[in-house]
Design a protein. Structure first.
Length: 148
């Protein structure tokens, strides 16, 4: 994981292909939209964003969002660039690292996550990392990771 600069954000989204396991919408790169995304999301003080890099290329983004420093909780979110980097352990390793970061650096005790029902890979990783399944709605499954 590396700091998520504006340059890395653009590198990610220039090559991003939306995953049909998450959405059926096709993504089309737009410089202005990525600039706005970076300003409004990445720089938000209730979020911590990182670039997932391999061989000096950005292959994903990961964040802890909705950070609540009073209740010591936040929500995990991850996106990998395309199918060529999925199933190789990059996402799992990045999720492990951000969990460690949240606990050690931010003092977070509870991390929430969600996954689209059809995104079986993401659900498998959340289970593997020790997230507890909380409930489902029509679209998502919700999870919680707690520090003992």
């Amino acid at each position: 994981m590396r700091s998520y600069t504006l340059e890395r954000c653009h590198e990610f989204y220039k090559n991003y292909i939306s995953d049909p396991a998450m959405t059926y919408n096709i993504y089309i790169y737009n410089k202005e939209k990525v600039d706005n995304y970076y300003q409004n999301k990445v720089l938000d003080t209730k979020r911590r964003f990182f670039a997932i890099c391999y061989n000096n290329k950005v292959i994903g983004e990961i964040q802890l969002k909705r950070i609540d420093f009073v209740n010591l909780c936040g929500t995990l979110s991850i996106h990998l660039i395309n199918d060529s980097v999925k199933g190789k352990g990059f996402g799992t390793e990045a999720e492990q690292l951000i969990i460690e970061y949240a606990i050690r650096e931010l003092g977070i005790c509870t991390i929430y996550a969600d996954a689209v029902h059809r995104n079986l890979r993401s659900i498998h990783i959340l289970d593997k990392l020790g997230f507890e399944h909380l409930y489902d709605d029509d679209i998502l499954s919700y999870y919680k990771f707690s520090v003992d």
